[in-house]
Design a protein around this ligand. Structure first.
Ligand code: HEC
Length: 165
């Protein structure tokens, strides 16, 4: 575990600030990777700083739970639930892109593609929420498919275990 606790990490992330810690608490040394430059996309699981992994794990747990539920909820036209779950994914605080020129932050250690996949996830979840609000079955099914594909794409890119189902 790094020195940043998860709640404080989340606060920093949701405030849109880089993970570079405020002056009174210096950034924790990454357990698995140097943060002195952008990481090559060789497999984020290897390159991922422990703090980021700690942050992603519970989030991914929620994602898989929501994604599994969403499939049935779309089919059952349970629009309130679809909207709620899709919004939860869409509005999840994102890991902030590194501030320009920064090379010594945890954020800068993540490759650009990570941020692109992260944005795509939010965009597709937003589309699904909109389809639920409009009670549009076809649009919801398409948005659900695209949402699932963003999960798979990011995992495929960074070597995270592909989720089952
Ligand atoms: C921006 C990239 C990205 C996106 C988008 C993404 N994931 Fe992940 N996911 C990861 C990474 C990286 C890991 C590996 C984290 C680690 O090292 O524990 C992971 C791990 C997981 C795990 C395993 C968690 C564990 O406890 O080991 C599950 C399940 C998962 N993701 C589900 C999903 C689902 C479902 C979606 C789409 C709704 C999704 N992910 C979207 C990057 C992503």
């Amino acid at each position: 575990m790094g020195r940043l606790t998860l709640p404080s990490t989340l606060l920093i992330l949701s405030a849109g600030l880089a993970l570079a810690a405020p002056p009174k608490s210096p950034p924790a040394a990454p357990a698995t990777a140097p943060v002195s430059g952008p990481a090559k996309a060789v497999g984020l699981v290897d390159a991922l700083p422990a703090e980021v992994r700690t942050l992603l794990k519970p989030r991914m747990g929620r994602h898989i739970r929501d994604l599994k539920a969403l499939r049935g909820k779309v089919q059952a036209a349970d629009w309130a639930d679809v909207w709620h779950r899709a919004k939860a994914i869409a509005d999840e605080p994102r890991i902030a892109r590194p501030v320009e020129g920064a090379t010594d932050t945890l954020n800068a250690a993540l490759p650009a593609e990570f941020y692109e996949h992260q944005d795509a996830l939010s965009a597709e979840a937003t589309a699904l929420a909109a389809a639920a609000k409009a009670q549009d079955v076809e649009a919801a099914e398409q948005a659900f498919d695209r949402l699932s594909i963003t999960c798979v794409k990011c995992h495929g890119h960074f070597g995270a275990p592909p989720h089952k189902d």
